[in-house]
Design a protein around this ligand. Structure first.
Ligand code: C2E
Ligand code: CA
Ligand code: CA
Length: 772
């Protein structure tokens, strides 16, 4: 309950109590006064009615009744008259309930008035207000003596009596003539005061209401500011207070308000400070966040740059800049990893080592940029070739990892993981060969490059990178020796002839001084006459430890090492000398063909040839120079000039390996050539396809059309011989007649009729046309 409520309740209680008290006191007082008044009235009336005293004086009952009758009216309901002795009795209205005269008089003296109250059951009751209410029905008995101024013993007439009676109360000499008992119900008295009681009650109630109203207003005046303060305190506590409290009211309230306002202003100061701090803080946070995000961006940028740099470095470190293929380093790392995996899984792995045939010549004749373009194209074709899924499917059931790398120069490798065996690796090798067969358009030249591929398998041949590379390398060299554009799988026998490139290089430098180079000769036989039309001088190296080394092993080396010029010069001189020696022996070799490397074809070359011819005294028409297509394609203008000079000297010029390097045929008419050598690969191809057969036929026809001699190289079988000679080529160089042989053996071949019998044997056989 609020203070106001409590206060109002208290005030109400007090006011109501006071009202009730006032009502009670007033009612009691009024009740008593009314009773006294009524009785005083009765006494006065009794005294004033002399008939009553006279009738009693006379003892006349009838006169008494008549005298008393008018008094039997409200509030009196009964009158009983007694004689002085109480023996004689007259009752008017309701008789008294009292037992008798003595009880009616009580203990009073004879001249006194007696008042008593009785309940209906005869028990004594109070005369006050309360007994008027409870128990109901209480009646008052007023017993009063009736006086006369005449002694009852005397006898006077009426007139004298009335006269005496008027003096009764004046002089005080009185005589009691009887007693009167009046019955008055207390209720009747109460009824008399009721209007007054109502008035008092109403006034009290009004007073109570006004008091309570006043109290309410008053307490409101006190508690309203308190409530406001309480609300303010609450709002303050909850932080919702927005303005200071208006302090109206008493001292304490304004004190409290002051305190609350103090706290409020303190808090709002604090809040303002906090707001400012908060704003500053959030500004700082924003600033920092912006800085951080900027840092973050810079960091990301830096990370990106570092990553890019790292990628670039990695690209530089692990990839070949020319072909974008993995380089030797990455190849080595990957292969060693794959080898470890293969070993653990007990699987086979194949390494294909691929080297371009005659790349050096192309590079030197067409320039490095052309060489670079060529390598790039080769790399792209190889990568494309191994990327084709059907290749994978061809060589192995399980999809394996195969990758192309460029180790440097014109050396490429392909690794075949999970390879089923040598045959499967062979399928891929053949694919690689096929992929390169299509001519490439480089710098306006159509070039054909052929590779030689060596295959080595892990763990059969070697189980480490170096060993595997050596084996594949060896196999590749063997593939080159057995004819270019082919592949070979490594076997242990190859190692016997295996060459250590390093020692070979140092040895090669001394080969000329030590006179270790020799020329072998292979005859070129005219199939119509059986005569040896000429011979090709082919270089061999008699190595002191390794024995006879074929040219494919040391010619590229000599070219790389810059030794080819000296070696080439030596070959021309030696061939010319040999022709001279044969002549001295009485043997006729009409022509000797010497191979010329593209690197030999320098501006001084013509001069050197001239010197050698003069030096040896050999007729220039005996000397034939075998040039590859690369030699003549180099510097076209200079080439035409040099070749023309050679021709003018009388030297004949043959185009070697025709069809393998350049397919552009226009040069044939532009250069002063005398002979065209059809490469062995065409002879082989012609046997297998009608298309290639007709190509060979077309080449022969074209050469004849251009007025060139035709020499067909690499004829091994009678079938090839027949095919060639049937289509109009009559000079044949090949194992069918003789392999290249040392001088002594060759001297035997030069003897007349040597090949005639052989030719007769061949022509006697049934002829079969290859390829068709
Ligand atoms: P080339 O100029 O195409 O020489 C012909 C090659 O074919 C010779 O290989 C020869 O032995 C081989 N050959 C001839 N007939 C047959 C045959 O019926 N079947 C087979 N399978 N092969 C046959 P060789 O002597 O090993 O020479 C290889 C290459 O080395 C030559 O190819 C030539 O390019 C180069 N070479 C040889 N001697 C010299 C030289 O003195 N100077 C230069 N620059 N290169 C030379
Ligand atoms: Ca040749
Ligand atoms: Ca040749």
């Amino acid at each position: 309950m609020t203070i106001a409520g409590k206060f109002n309740a208290l005030v109400s209680t007090i006011v109501i109590s006071v009202g009730l008290l006032v009502c009670g006191v007033s009612a009691t007082h009024e009740f008593n006064a009314e009773r006294e008044r009524a009785f005083a009235q009765l006494e006065r009336e009794v005294r004033s009615r002399y008939q009553i005293a006279y009738a009693m004086y006379l003892g006349d009952s009838q006169a008494l009744s008549a005298a008393l009758k008018p008094m039997l009216q409200t509030p009196v309901i009964g009158i009983t008259a007694y004689s002085t002795q109480g023996d004689n009795r007259i009752v008017l209205g309701r008789s008294s309930d009292l037992a008798g005269f003595d009880e009616a008089r009580g203990n009073t003296t004879s001249a006194e008035t007696n008042l008593q109250s009785l309940n209906r059951d005869g028990t004594a009751a109070g005369v006050g207000l309360v007994s008027a209410f409870y128990p109901p029905g209480a009646e008052l008995h007023l017993n009063l003596p009736v006086f006369s101024g005449v002694n009852p013993q005397s006898s006077v007439d009426t007139q004298a009596f009335v006269l005496a009676q008027s003096e009764v109360f004046a002089e005080g000499s009185r005589h009691v003539v009887g007693y009167l008992d009046f019955v008055v119900p207390q209720q009747q008295i109460l009824l008399q005061v009721t209007p007054h009681l109502y008035r008092v009650f109403l006034i009290s109630a009004l007073f109570a209401c006004v008091s309570m109203l006043f109290s309410a207003v008053f307490t409101r005046r006190i508690t309203a500011p308190l409530a406001r303060l309480a609300r303010a305190a609450q709002e303050l506590a909850e932080g919702r207070l927005e303005k200071p409290v208006q302090a109206r009211g008493s001292g304490e309230i304004s004190d409290i308000a002051r305190i609350i306002n103090g706290i409020f202003s303190g808090m709002s100061d604090y809040k303002t400070r906090m707001d400012v701090d908060h704003q500053l803080l959030s500004m700082k946070v924003e600033e920092r966040t912006a800085q951080l995000s900027k840092r973050n961006q810079e960091l990301n940028q830096a990370v990106k740059q570092v990553t890019q740099a790292k990628n670039r470095l990695r690209q530089f470190a692990y990839y070949d800049s020319l072909t974008s293929l993995p380089n030797r380093r990455l190849f080595t790392e990957q292969l060693s990893l794959l080898l470890r995996l293969a070993k653990r899984n007990e699987e086979q792995l194949a390494l294909l080592f691929l080297d371009l045939d005659n790349f050096k010549r192309i590079n030197d004749s067409l320039g490095h940029s052309a060489g670079d373009l060529l390598l790039r194209e080769v790399g792209a074709r190889l990568a494309n070739c191994v990327r084709e899924s059907d290749v994978v499917a061809h060589y192995s059931e399980t999809s394996g990892k195969i990758g192309v790398s460029r180790l440097g120069g014109d050396e490429f490798t392909v690794v075949l993981n999970h390879v089923a065996g040598p045959e499967a690796a062979g399928v891929v090798a053949q694919r690689l060969l096929d992929a390169l067969v299509e001519p490439m358009l480089i710098d306006g030249h159509e070039l054909v490059v052929t590779p030689s591929v060596g295959i080595a398998l892990a763990p059969d041949h070697a189980d480490d990178v170096e060993g595997l590379l050596r084996c594949a390398d060896t196999a590749m060299y063997h593939a080159k020796s057995t004819g270019k554009n082919s592949f070979l799988v490594y076997n242990n026998d190859m190692d016997a002839a295996g060459l250590d490139r390093l020692t070979l290089e140092t040895d090669l430098r001394r080969a000329i001084e030590r006179d270790e180079l020799v020329l072998y000769y292979q005859p070129q036989v005219n199939t119509r006459t059986g005569a040896v039309e000429g011979a090709e001088a082919l270089m061999r190296w008699r190595h002191p430890e390794q024995g006879l080394i074929p040219p494919f092993r040391f010619i590229p080396l000599a070219e790389e090492m810059g030794l080819i010029n000296d070696m080439g010069d030596w070959a021309i001189r030696e061939a010319c000398m040999q022709v001279k020696r044969f002549r001295e022996q009485g043997l006729l070799l009409p022509r000797v063909a010497v191979n010329v490397s593209a690197l030999q074809f320098t501006p001084t070359f013509v001069r050197k040839v001239k010197d050698i011819l003069e030096e040896t005294g050999v007729d220039p028409s005996v000397l034939q120079l075998e040039l590859t297509e690369g030699v003549v394609m180099g510097d076209t203008h200079a080439s035409v000039k040099a070749l023309s000079e050679l021709r003018e000297m009388g030297v004949s010029l043959s185009i070697d390996d025709f069809g393998t390097g350049y397919s552009s045929l226009s040069y044939l008419s532009r250069f002063p050539l005398t002979e065209l050598k059809i490469d062995r690969s065409f002879v082989i191809a012609a046997e297998n396809s009608a298309e290639d057969a007709s190509l060979v036929i077309a080449i022969i026809a074209m050469a004849r059309g251009l007025g060139l001699d035709v020499v067909v190289e690499g004829v091994e079988t009678p079938e090839q011989y027949h095919f060639i000679s049937e289509h109009g080529a009559h000079i044949i160089q090949g194992y069918l007649f003789s392999a290249p042989v040392p001088v002594d053996e060759f001297a035997e071949l030069l003897k007349p009729w040597h090949f005639v019998r052989e030719l007769q044997g061949l022509d006697g056989r049934a002829r079969q046309v290859p390829g068709g």
